[in-house]
Write a protein that binds this ligand. Structure first.
Ligand code: 13P
Length: 249
């Protein structure tokens, strides 16, 4: 059985003081969660957040990292820098990085390999744009994105990664994939993993992301292929995020 994992992606929100207040409110609300709970915060919030969540069931995540260990890469952060703050997860290949910052499948793969080597758990994002779904390319595209992102990992390493299926048209739009659409495409992603890594596919946790919220989380999480959620807007308020963390309440 795969343990569900609910992760908040705060994106470019929350100063350290705001971050501290948010996790202070979240800690008691999420204490009895049955799933893994992660908050992926801006790097400037790591110190405040890691202090508040120490000894709790909430884990810290980053929103990106570079694949090199150090060097002349202005503005970038290495795996060791993240780990120094207790970061355990890192979102890689988010569609906003692909869309606005030139991220490619190849650079996502480099980041994934570096994260796994450093002992971080990557949350690898894949997903199609609206016009790609309408043209019927969704399955081929997410399969390709998944295989390239994982390329070079062993099957045992693949068992421990997290993949997030985030249809680009559902992010921040209030539009959600239907429970069945999300389940079906996540099943396609799992089969793409299986085609290369065999039964490691049964252990990989695959989240849905895209306007997931307290209202729609129960139906999505009831789907057999959906192992969690990557939550944007609804992770910015402790009460809302807590409701998603308690998706089957
Ligand atoms: P929203 O939940 O705001 O649609 O964002 C989803 C997302 O991009 C999470 O990574």
């Amino acid at each position: 059985m795969r343990k569900p994992i609910i992760a908040g992606n705060w994106k470019m929100n929350k100063t350290p003081a705001e971050a501290r207040a948010l996790v202070e409110a979240l800690v008691p609300l999420a204490a009895d969660a049955q799933c893994d709970v992660v908050v992926c915060t801006p790097a400037v919030d790591f110190a405040a957040v890691s202090e508040v969540i120490r000894g709790t069931n909430i884990k810290l995540g980053a929103q990106n990292m570079h694949w090199k260990e150090s060097g002349a890469y202005t503005g970038e952060l290495s795996a060791d820098m993240l780990k120094a703050y207790g970061v355990e997860y890192v979102i890689l290949g988010h569609s906003e990085r692909r869309q606005y910052f030139g991220e490619t499948d190849t650079t996502v793969n480099l980041r994934v390999l570096a994260a796994v080597k450093a002992g971080l758990t990557p949350i690898i994002c894949v997903g199609e744009k609206k016009e790609e779904r309408e043209a019927g390319y969704t399955d081929a595209l997410v399969s390709y994105q998944t295989k390239i992102a994982l390329s070079g990992l062993t099957a045992d390493e693949v068992r421990h990664v997290v993949i997030a299926y985030e249809p680009v048209w559902a992010i921040g739009t209030g539009l959600t994939a239907t429970d069945e659409q999300a389940n079906e495409t996540i099943g396609v992603i799992r089969e793409a993993v299986r085609s290369v890594y065999g039964d490691a596919a049964d252990d990989v946790r695959i989240q849905y992301g895209g306007s997931m919220n307290p209202k729609n989380c129960k139906g999505l999480m009831a789907q057999p292929e959906i192992d969690g959620g990557l939550i944007g807007g609804a992770s910015l308020k402790a009460e809302d995020f807590s409701k998603v963390v308690h998706f089957d309440a």
